[in-house]
Design a protein around this ligand. Structure first.
Ligand code: ATP
Ligand code: MG
Length: 142
């Protein structure tokens, strides 16, 4: 296995998109975008697991709503590899608020609201490494 942490990011297909039957469409857009899927699984987070993942947002007013939503159903967690993966994945996702996201982005196409915006992506290489290791062991990386 080659470790290429710098080209790695972490993504989630959030519960709204999985519930809405969009998992396959999002995965197609990911592979069309030149990403290699290095790890992938479906999980249903407990509220505590969602709180652990979004720990940096604990003091924000939307923390309760966010973690209740993220633990409301299954989501797909992904380790994605590509050159410039962190930025490329955020570009493909679009702006946080689907109403403000550019045409052709995943959030524009699949997101319903600011709180339920279809996908997550790491915001830095450092956080990508932390987030990948929150969900995947070395054995789960291909
Ligand atoms: P993500 O981390 O999910 O990829 P992001 O980096 O674009 O999204 P963050 O600022 O990290 O945005 O916020 C994390 C998540 O919290 C957002 O994806 C969104 O679902 C939710 N969120 C952000 N701001 C609000 C808000 N004002 N009200 C409700 N939910 C919000
Ligand atoms: Mg974020």
């Amino acid at each position: 296995m080659t470790e290429q942490t710098g080209n790695l990011t972490f993504g989630i297909i959030k519960p709204d998109a999985v519930r809405g039957g969009k998992t396959g469409a999002v995965l197609q857009r990911i592979t069309d975008g030149g990403f290699k899927i290095r790890a992938m699984k479906l999980i249903h987070m407990t509220k505590k697991e969602a709180e652990g993942f979004y720990e940096v947002h604990r003091e924000r007013p939307f923390f309760g709503e966010l973690t209740t939503f993220m633990s409301s159903g299954p989501c797909a967690v992904l380790a994605l590899e590509r050159e410039g993966a962190v930025k490329a994945w955020r570009d493909l996702m679009g702006a946080t608020d689907p109403a403000k996201a550019d045409a052709g982005t995943l959030r524009k196409e699949f997101g319903g609201s600011l709180g339920e915006n279809a996908v997550h992506g790491s915001d830095s290489e450092e956080n990508a490494a932390i987030e990948v290791s929150y969900f995947f062991s070395r054995l789960e990386m291909v």
